[in-house]
Ligand binder design. Structure first.
Ligand code: PLP
Length: 643
């Protein structure tokens, strides 16, 4: 829209009015949609006042005028008046140089210059990208003299002038201040604040008082997809910005029951970063083919990507060779594979298998079935009341009949970290083989198979920020090559006749049929992601987050924490007095917090701790102290209702 300039040097009043009405229509509903700037039409008294003022041009002493008056020596300026920002201050005031709106702005004004030192430019068309507004706009630091908002408002009020949508008694700013003052942004005192426990002192909910909130403090490192390896090496283990990491996980932007999703079910499965999602999509868009079987380009691409993923798993676990990495569906399939190959082949009646009391059903049931079938003895390493392995009791179980020790590195139900290296050493000293269930450990700590020295180790991709349906079995190469195949068919054979079948060596020997190619590649992308963040940095951050959450949970009387080992990872199992675990889970779900309730496929350890089920929040590196606060607050609300 443009306005014509009339013969007194001012824009045409009708044009101005049209322009103003355009502006008013764009405002929220409570503001007038139609005004008249004509003084003889009194539709809008404040607009009329402004219009009257404008029309007084030539009759007002510039030094004595109210802020909206125009000095008499105004020269016509060739403005197009396109866009916003129409105001008297955009007019050319000739050599007086003073803005009519800001009569006191002369101090910083150079009368010789076309541009005022206060930033008011002259003889320029209005430009939406470089606007010069007559009404001071704190968002636009150009075009306005250095007057405070306050002085502008008081100046206007003093002269009985108001902006069109201000009331005489309270400026927008005053109303805003009053509104803000009425908002309670503080947590209340300890007596009635559910967040406050009994040990007085600082609350832990705000950055400056929170000794553990590394995620809120560490804004000085950028992690996520955008960091480079140098930065990470520099900061690894010192800083971790979970808020930034969170942004890599699209699902964490979901809302549940109108609340931001807090994903505390990481022990069941983890969420996937965009890079993993993209990698799988890329496979189907550009590489999809069966592997190892064809002479064409896509078969080569798919085979390369699949074998590159195996390399990544090898490096992640620090295995000696890619031949030690077998792709399986997950930890469960890995354990079943060992039980039904090595176990079937090598265990005989009277032999003994040791598992720990902490095991997931996946590391109990296959051994129990084998024991029942073959007349083996299944023995169990007991734990203390905190859920810690009793090494001296374990030592008593080991004997010449012990053929296998199978145990978890991290308990999925209690979070206990077991002394894995020690357990392996003791088993080997007794001549037994060892399988480590790494399902809950690989996402929280460095798992180095050459250091730990198990004979087998299993894990699932979906608990490591990768896809479901894929995981890995690590096995010592010689041992794998001695083992009978698991399933049989295509892919795992060297040669087939009706008389004789020759098998491939590991790993192909154990990968019969068409595998989960896309998800193996997705697992490779997940390993890339975790490696970039740094598994040590992840472990350290999660440790502080777990301490933070544990401390707050313990402050709630009525909470019984189940699993209080000194060395723990990720998991906070508990019961809340007066509530069933399902009720607690539902209350948390209402607030958007996802936790697992139930026996977590680990009934023996829960029964050892005297319960059938628990509520189990489990943490990952994209969780923040704010997430923990939401969770804790909900528990306090529940507690308040009952006692
Ligand atoms: N082992 C442990 C310690 C687990 O926590 C789980 C799953 O929760 C498993 C094994 C089985 O994993 P998956 O279901 O991925 O095979």
């Amino acid at each position: 829209m443009s306005t014509n300039i009339n013969n007194n040097g001012l824009p045409n009043i009708d044009d101005l009015q049209n322009l103003a009405n355009e502006l008013f229509k764009a405002l929220p509903n409570e503001f007038p949609k139609e005004i008249s700037l004509s003084p003889d039409k009194a539709e809008h008294p404040r607009a009329t006042k402004i219009a009257e003022t404008i029309l007084q041009t030539g009759h007002v002493d510039p030094l004595d005028q109210h802020p909206l008056a125009i000095p008499s020596n105004v020269q016509p300026a060739q403005h197009s008046f396109s866009g916003f920002g129409v105001s008297p201050s955009v007019l050319n005031y000739g050599n007086t140089g003073a803005s009519a709106l800001y009569p006191n702005a002369g101090a910083g004004f150079d009368p010789q210059s076309k541009n005022s030192s206060s930033g008011v430019q002259e003889n320029h068309d209005l430009n939406i990208n470089d606007p010069h507004t007559g009404f001071h706009d704190i968002n636009l630091n150009n075009g306005s003299p250095q007057l405070s908002e306050e002085s502008i408002f008081s100046s206007l009020l003093l002269n009985n002038q108001y902006l069109p949508f201000q009331t005489q008694n309270s400026s927008f700013e005053i109303e805003l201040q009053a509104a803000l003052a009425s908002v309670d942004t503080q947590f209340k005192k300890r007596d009635d604040n559910p967040f406050n426990g009994n040990d007085s002192g600082a609350s832990y909910y705000f950055l400056e008082q929170n000794p553990f909130a590394f995620d809120r403090r560490s804004t000085d490192i950028v992690v996520g997809n955008s960091f480079d390896a140098k930065e990470i090496n520099l900061y690894k283990g010192h800083h971790f910005n979970a808020e930034l990491v969170k942004k890599d996980f699209p699902i964490l932007r979901e809302t549940v029951n109108g609340k931001p999703l807090v994903w505390f079910d990481n022990a069941a499965t983890t969420q996937k970063p965009q890079s993993v999602i993209d990698r799988i999509a890329y496979f189907y868009e550009h590489e999809n083919s069966n592997i190892h079987r064809a002479a064409h380009e896509l078969a080569a691409r798919a085979s390369d990507a699949y074998e590159a993923a195996r390399e990544k798993v090898k490096a992640f676990l620090n295995a000696s060779s890619v031949n030690e990495i077998v792709f399986v569906r997950g930890a469960t399939e890995g354990i079943n594979l060992v039980a039904s190959t090595w176990g079937e082949q090598n265990l005989n009646s009277g032999d003994e298998i040791i598992v720990s009391n902490l095991e997931h059903h996946a590391n109990i049931v296959p051994w129990k079935r084998l024991a029942d079938k073959k007349g083996l003895k299944l023995r169990v390493i007991p734990v203390d009341d905190d859920g810690q392995i009793l090494l001296d009791e374990y030592a008593k179980l080991l004997n010449s009949k012990t053929r296998l020790v199978a145990f978890t590195q991290v308990s999925n139900a209690l979070g206990t970290v077991t002394p894995a290296k020690k357990i392996v050493e003791m088993a080997h000293a007794a001549g037994a083989k060892v399988l480590i269930d790494g399902a809950q450990s690989v996402s929280h700590m460095k798992v180095d198979v050459q250091h730990l020295n198990p004979d087998w180790l299993v894990f699932s991709g979906h608990k490591l920020f990768g896809p479901t349906g894929i995981g890995a079995l690590y096995g010592k190469e010689d041992l794998l090559n001695e083992m009978q195949p698991y399933q049989s068919g295509g892919n795992m054979i060297q040669d087939v006749t009706f008389e004789e079948i020759k098998y491939h060596k590991a790993p192909n020997r154990f990968e019969a049929g068409t595998g989960n190619i896309a998800d193996a590649i997705g697992l490779g992308a997940a390993i890339d992601y975790v490696t970039k963040l740094g598994i040590e940095a992840i472990g350290q951050y999660e440790h502080y987050l777990l301490e933070y959450a544990t401390r707050l949970l313990k402050e709630i009387s009525g909470v019984r924490l189940i699993g209080t080992a000194k060395d723990k990872a990720s998991v906070l199992s508990f019961n809340l007095q007066g509530y069933s675990n399902d009720q607690v889970g539902q209350a948390l779900n209402k607030e958007g917090v996802a936790v697992r309730t139930g026996h977590h496929c680990a009934q023996p350890i829960l029964r050892r701790m005297g319960v059938e089920t628990t509520v189990r929040p489990s943490l990952a590196f994209y969780n923040t102290t704010q997430d923990v606060d939401t969770f804790i607050k909900t528990l306090w609300e529940l507690k308040k209702v009952k006692f």
